[in-house]
Design a protein around this ligand. Structure first.
Ligand code: NAD
Length: 321
């Protein structure tokens, strides 16, 4: 069953976008968020002009939440996003990160958090971010994050350089441990609530709800596995999970459906998170993902795909120390 989509008239103002409050903050984020890591050529080399058009098109369609990090493309994604947001900064809720600057480059010290944010602000062409997040806490020392990194971020908040602060990472248990030790405004995890995993719902969300912490669900396509394209070589999931994704994509194709759109529809129906981030870098991707946002999933195909993915459901890889 399909709902009518505001996308049908591309010149019309966005009328159907839904927004949710991120925890106890004053940030009203769009339920579909723009993941900007692909702007840094993380998945494939992308056209910078196409990235800019994608960002503008997303804003025009009511997407207001943009997430990036200095890690993505080793600062390239931030630079491209900053350029695209020139003149439109006030229309968006901008989140970036600190502490991770390369595949094996981490520094959660107070000095680097400060320097890192100043460098991010320059690239993003702004003097504040709406949300500053520690990037991938599992690679840091928990005590340092609790007693040094987060207090430094609170000072940056007092100085007006970040409106709110949060933490991100892969293992929900570690995120819970940190947010139960020190107050944060938001928490982001990835590949933990989608057609291949659900422990964001069982582990992270209950703790976040108790504390009023806003939750962001990232990588709704399981970093490219839930799509009809090949997942990148660096993807940490084993062959069995990639193959299951490929089979599900083929099954959807035969049914006249699209796995990515189905995977997104599944996530958009989950209301215990404020926003679901999907990585995008061209207008066509934004358009397809908005079409998924404005339509309901084919329940029968969804059921079949869920059954197909059951043997690899909740597979998790090791991440961090
Ligand atoms: P994702 O699961 O959103 O997949 C992105 C890939 O899917 C890209 O290659 C993109 O081009 C492709 N894609 C998008 N729409 C598609 C469609 N309709 N059909 C086919 N392919 C499509 O993974 P992601 O980009 O890594 O995650 C989303 C965002 O979440 C990131 O950009 C980032 O902002 C955030 N994130 C944060 C962390 C962290 O903080 N630790 C980790 C992962 C992701």
């Amino acid at each position: 069953m399909h709902q009518s989509s505001p996308l049908q008239d591309e010149n019309a103002a966005p009328v159907g976008m839904r927004y949710r409050t991120l925890g106890k903050t004053q940030l009203e984020v769009s339920v579909i968020g723009f993941g900007a890591s692909p702007l840094g050529n993380v998945y494939a080399n992308v056209d910078p002009a196409g990235c800019s058009r994608a960002v503008h098109f997303a804003i025009d369609q009511g997407i207001n939440f943009f997430d990036v990090s200095p890690f993505y493309g080793l600062t390239l994604a931030e630079s491209r996003l900053g350029q695209a947001l020139e003149g439109r900064r006030k229309e968006v809720i901008l989140a970036t990160k600190c502490g991770r600057y390369g595949t094996d480059v981490f520094d959660f010290s107070s000095t680097h958090i400060r320097e890192g944010l100043d460098a991010s602000l320059k690239r993003l062409r702004t003097d504040y971010v709406d949300l500053l997040q520690v990037h991938d806490v599992e690679f840091g020392d928990v005590n340092q994050i609790i007693h040094e990194t987060i207090p430094t971020m609170r000072r940056l908040q007092e100085e007006g350089k970040a409106r709110y602060i949060g933490i991100t990472g892969y293992p929900p248990q570690m995120l819970v441990k940190i947010m139960e030790a020190v107050p944060v405004d938001a928490v982001l995890s990835y590949c933990r609530y989608d057609l291949l995993c659900n422990d964001l719902d069982t582990v992270l969300v209950p703790s976040a709800e108790r504390q009023g912490i806003g939750v962001i669900n990232a990588s709704a396509l399981h970093m490219g596995i839930l799509s009809d394209r090949h997942a990148p070589d660096w993807h940490p999931a084993p062959a069995s999970v990639r193959e299951a994704g490929g089979q599900a994509a083929e099954f959807c194709r035969i049914q006249g459906e699209n796995l990515s759109e189905l995977a997104l529809q599944f996530c958009f129906e989950y209301s215990r998170v404020a926003s679901t981030l999907v990585g995008m870098s061209d207008v066509e991707e934004v358009r397809r993902n908005l079409r998924a946002f404005y339509t309901l999933p084919n329940r029968e195909v969804l059921r079949e795909v869920t059954t197909m993915l059951a043997p690899v459901f909740n597979y998790r890889w090791a991440s961090g120390r």
